[in-house]
Design a protein around this ligand. Structure first.
Ligand code: AMP
Length: 515
């Protein structure tokens, strides 16, 4: 990695661009962008950013629809030595207000339909430069940059200089800004390039949002650093995915994408004949989905694990000659990255025992923006980052290096003094006939402190007999793990990245045992 030091992430990505810049880099449903255009338009945007005379490290906040131009703005921000701050398009005015106040960006780019509330916010936070970028890739930003030069010299930055701030989803208190450096992002992109075998003749089916690490960093960096073409869809649509899959070789998705693909009767092996890699992450992939996918396509989905603070930490193997991809696991630590599972005192636990997942490596972020104390709390003295996930290394028929995520520490249920890992119970419930999926949460209980409650989604048309189900669970689970209540609902609440919103469920069921 030595040769990458003191380099701008854009320069590292660009090393992978094909020699022939006239070949297609991005293909949307309406037009194509060649590699030279990526370089030239990002240069024009970088010139424009540079013309503002901002100090290195100034933030560029962006809340726009997914377009190639938005990706070019990200690349331009890197090139200009500024810090990219993507915001979820679903955020409301009051949420954006918080992010602008916290991050104090110098530039704000939004859609013109939101200007009526973005402008007053920008004024309140003294943001001088407010530009527009629309869902069709036009807007005042592109106009401002249109006539500028195509030869911008990418600014030299250090390995530890900030490239982006990503706000975490903030399910426990205020959202925190994870500060990611050029070194964090470059090292991860280079590692994944070789680990997942990216090649110039790959074609990535890109359907993820680009305000999140999955779509922006893992997916885009992978294709860019390999000089591979991206088929660029504004969002996931199963029919569109099926239309474009035959010309693609790699797809990345959240588990829901795979569930929805499988729900299409026409989704079959033939459509995947050019595919070499299906990757899943951001939320747990059900073992049932993994198996159904293998039966339908003959291919196994590669599940990996990462987070805004660390980009990618672990991956199931790409090369399956020595070890296989295993359902329900997120694989082993990526090269150059260390993973350990510890108890409450940061002591490593035995293989097969659940504990807190910690990670150390060049991928781990520099800290939370303007939160030095929070940052210190989340790192051990010897530099391990506390991920907040509960996991297990190894287990029955699982190699000792493989990690399985069993929940978030905030999701851990403590009932009558016993630790209950929701995932363990969910796995048992999911195996019962007629069950599509389940979510297990802890809710306040006068006697036990917390009681285990299971929310169950039935298969279409299935009638669930909850009493019979409970007797089956009794045979498989210790008493303290048994749900004290089970409820049937038609769908679990999920966020845009496919994560089950357990906080929403906890709120909904909080008075189940106390009032
Ligand atoms: P985010 O920062 O939004 O990417 O969320 C990161 C969190 O998503 C992690 O800390 C995990 O709790 C969860 N996560 C990511 N990938 C997986 C996975 N493959 N299986 C289970 N949970 C995952």
């Amino acid at each position: 990695m030595e040769q990458a030091k003191h380099q701008n992430l854009y320069a590292i990505l660009k090393e992978g661009f094909p020699a022939d810049g006239s070949t297609v880099a991005i293909e949307t449903t309406t037009r194509t962008y060649c590699w030279d255009e990526l370089d030239h338009i990002s240069s024009q945007l970088a010139y424009w950013l540079h013309s503002l005379g901002l100090p290195q490290g100034a933030r560029v906040a962006v809340q726009v629809e997914k377009t190639p131009e938005a990706l070019l703005l990200y690349l331009a921000t890197l090139r200009a030595g500024l810090v990219y701050l993507p915001l979820n398009t679903a955020y409301s005015a009051s949420e954006v207000d918080y992010f602008l106040g916290d991050a104090q960006p110098a530039v704000l780019v939004g859609a013109s339909q939101h200007l009526h509330w973005l402008k007053p916010l920008a004024q309140a936070h003294q943001i001088e430069h407010v530009l527009t970028l629309e869902a069709d890739g036009t807007g005042s930003l592109m106009e401002a940059a249109a006539e500028l030069g195509t030869d911008f010299a990418t600014v030299a930055v250090g390995w530890d200089d900030l490239a982006a701030i990503l706000y975490t989803s903030g399910t426990t208190g205020r959202s925190k800004g994870a500060m990611l450096t050029h070194g964090n992002l470059s090292s991860n992109a280079l590692t994944l390039k070789s680990y997942w075998g990216w090649q110039q003749d790959d074609v990535l089916l890109h359907m993820l949002p680009i305000f999140h690490i999955h779509g922006l960093f893992v997916a885009c960096h992978g294709a860019l650093i390999a000089g591979a073409r991206m088929v660029w869809l504004p969002s996931f649509d199963a029919k569109q995915a099926i239309r474009y899959l035959p010309q693609c070789t790699v797809m990345m998705g959240v588990p829901t994408y795979y569930v929805r693909l499988l729900a299409q009767p026409e989704f079959n092996r033939d459509l995947c004949k050019n595919m070499r890699l299906f990757i899943s992450g951001s939320a747990p992939l059900l073992a049932d989905t993994f198996t159904a996918f293998e039966q339908r396509t003959g291919m196994t989905i590669l599940e990996r694990y990462g987070m805004s603070e660390t980009v990618m930490n672990t991956s199931n193997p790409y090369d399956q000659t020595k070890t296989k991809r295993l359902a329900g696991t997120v694989g082993a630590a990526l090269p150059g990255i260390e993973i350990r599972v510890v108890d409450d005192n940061d002591q490593t636990v035995e293989i097969g025992t659940p504990g807190h997942v910690q990670v150390r490596g060049p991928n781990v972020f520099r800290g939370y923006w303007k939160m030095p104390e929070k940052t210190q709390e989340e790192f051990t003295q010897d530099g391990w980052f506390r991920t907040g996930d509960i996991g297990v290394l190894g287990g029955e028929s699982i190699p000792d290096t493989y990690l399985s995520i069993v929940g978030r520490s905030k999701d851990l249920i403590i009932s009558g003094g016993y630790n209950v890992y929701p995932k363990e119970i969910e796995l048992v419930i999911d195996e019962l006939p007629g069950v599509r999926e389940s979510a297990v949460i802890g809710v306040p209980h006068a006697d036990f402190g917390e009681a285990v409650l299971a929310v169950i989604v039935p298969e279409e048309g299935a009638q669930l007999d909850l009493t019979a189900m409970l007797s089956t669970l009794k045979k498989q689970l210790a008493n303290y793990k048994l749900p004290k209540k089970m409820d049937v609902i038609s769908e679990l609440p999920r966020n845009t990245m496919g994560k089950v919103q357990k906080n929403v469920l906890r709120d909904r069921y909080t008075n189940s045992f106390v009032s």
